[in-house]
Design a protein around this ligand. Structure first.
Ligand SMILES: Nc1nc2c(c(=O)[nH]1)N[C@H]1C(S)=C(S)[C@@H](COP(=O)(O)O)O[C@H]1N2
Ligand SMILES: [Mo]
Length: 498
């Protein structure tokens, strides 16, 4: 084994040992401050919006794991360089490792709402990495000629043992962060007037169609965070202030003790492309927004919500309080909100895109005016009013699928929250629009499954779908990009019948 590879391995081992120590310490103090996540979060913040959109569109929900993997690989690459520097002069290698920890500390300071303890994991990472490299250099290098087999194998063994230990310690940190979660211990109160039990829909007969209710584990996730914020429910508070008649601060227990309602509502992200996956339907349990928030100023036009992750959302006040089922939700499909979807409480406003009404990890609601305050995405040029556009999607057959000739069910979902789906139509090879059959109806704020029996003949075919609202508006064919107020257009897929 070549001496320089041993030194590179030492650098990597030292960095891994440091990262593992930082990760474990963060698990105890605050998981999101682990250097692994902190640097990735910094990269997200520095990425220009068009690049972010490209990443989301290209990699979907894999964008976050991919980013984490590349940041980690990049760091380990630099650590290998630090190892090589240490071969020339130990101090140089130590300096390089220290610089890596400094980058992590700087990224921590750039986060919203930092506290001094947030720096501890980066500090621990730096100290442990430096100490490990010194130790590896001393114990395995006792003045032996590099050409001999013995010491070089020992050098590699030392690095290998450290890497192994680092993986164990890092995994322990990951395990601890998960185990500390309180969500499993929450029991939700029942609503005063429960809805009929949730049913299955067309998914029982038509394979490949989205299930009528999206299971929590499969619900799309969109937010600015690399790690899911973990909120301590006992110290969590919801502040309601600004131009309201009754400013107050609620604990989770107080909120859960209020009048609870259940509502079936479909959420959609403004970044959803035509035919995209950023849409999900669930039963939400929560407190009607109008029960906790009564504006006192007739000029107020905005509800500014703040979240534990430093994120802010602007919701048009008139829309939120126009009688639709806007709520502060604490339950999703019969369970407490999963951490990814906003535990312990989130805002849900049916009919408008998530970035203007679906604040997760909610901490504060302020009634104010748009000319006084601006929220995260609004400040980045996205629309202020953002009603969800009429959309429909083909789930089956999949694009470019090969299907046998004969009876082929075409199926999918359609949504037009707050207005309701009245009809769905399917078209084959640009021919006439055919009326599809609709699945169960859970109200205007919920999606509708649909299907159409197609007598498929051999050859290549194009399939499209469009929806009509209950009040007769036809989904437009005019194409629009997600920016600035949501995508429009009609999905068309190609398939081959054999
Ligand atoms: N605190 C917080 N809330 C947030 C976001 C966020 O980044 N942080 N993203 C919003 C966006 S853009 C969408 S589409 C919805 C997605 O909710 P979901 O992840 O539960 O599907 O959450 C919204 N609420
Ligand atoms: Mo979104």
């Amino acid at each position: 084994m070549h001496t320089s590879s041993i030194w590179a391995a030492r650098g990597v081992a030292a960095a891994l040992a440091g990262l593992a120590a930082g990760h474990l310490l963060a698990a105890v103090v605050k998981p999101a401050t682990s250097p692994v996540f902190i640097v990735g979060a910094g990269v997200i913040d520095l990425t220009p919006t068009p690049v972010k959109e490209f990443a989301v569109a290209t990699f979907g929900t894999a964008d976050k794991p991919l980013l984490l993997a590349s940041v980690t690989l990049g760091t380990l690459g630099l650590a290998a360089v630090a190892g090589l520097l240490a071969r020339r002069r130990l101090a140089l290698g130590l300096l390089a490792l220290t610089l890596l920890a400094v980058v992590s500390a700087a990224a921590t300071l750039a986060r919203p709402r930092v506290e001094m303890v947030d720096l501890l994991p980066s500090l621990a990472t730096g100290l442990v990495a430096v100490a490990t490299l010194i130790w590896l250099a001393r114990t395995t290098d006792v003045a032996a000629p590099a050409s001999e087999d013995g010491p070089s194998r020992r050098g590699l063994l030392g690095a290998g043992a450290v890497i192994l230990a680092a993986v164990v310690v890092g995994s322990a940190g990951q395990w601890l962060a998960t185990a500390r979660s309180q969500i499993a211990r929450i029991t939700l109160p029942k609503p005063a007037r429960p809805l009929p039990a949730q049913t299955a829909g067309l998914e029982n007969g038509i394979t490949g169609i989205s299930s009528f209710v999206t299971p929590n584990s499969e619900f799309y996730r969109v937010d600015i965070n690399l790690t899911v914020p973990s909120v301590d429910v006992d110290s969590w508070r919801l502040t309601i202030d600004g131009d309201v008649r009754n400013p107050r601060v609620l604990t989770f227990e107080e909120l859960a003790g209020m009048n609870l309602v259940e509502r079936d509502i479909t959420l959609t992200c403004v970044s959803n492309e035509v035919g995209g996956r950023y849409v999900g339907a669930a039963r939400w349990l929560g407190v009607p927004l109008s029960d906790v928030l009564q504006p006192s100023d007739p000029d107020a036009d905005q509800i500014l919500s703040e979240a534990v992750d430093g994120f802010t959302i602007s919701t048009p006040l008139a829309v939120a309080l126009d009688g639709r089922d806007a709520m502060i939700a604490i339950g999703m499909n019969g369970e407490p909100l999963p951490a990814q979807h906003g535990f312990p409480a989130r805002l849900i406003v049916p009919g408008i895109y998530g970035y203007v009404g679906a604040t997760k990890w909610l901490s504060k609601l302020t009634v104010t005016r748009y000319d006084r305050d601006e929220a995260y995405w609004t400040a980045r040029g996205w629309a202020t009013e953002a009603p969800i556009k009429i959309q429909s999607r083909i789930d089956t057959p999949a694009p470019l699928a090969r299907v046998p000739a004969g009876l082929v069910p075409i199926g999918g979902i359609a949504w037009a929250q707050d207005r309701g789906i009245g009809e769905v139509q399917v078209r084959v090879d640009g021919g006439g629009w055919q009326r599809a059959n609709l699945g169960p109806d859970a109200g205007v704020d919920y999606w509708r499954q649909w299907w159409w029996p197609w007598r498929a003949t051999p050859g290549r075919h194009r399939l499209s779908v469009r929806a009509l609202t209950l009040d007769g508006e036809v989904q437009t064919a005019a194409r629009a990009t997600p920016f600035p107020d949501g995508a429009s257009g009609i999905q068309e897929i190609s398939i081959v019948v054999e």
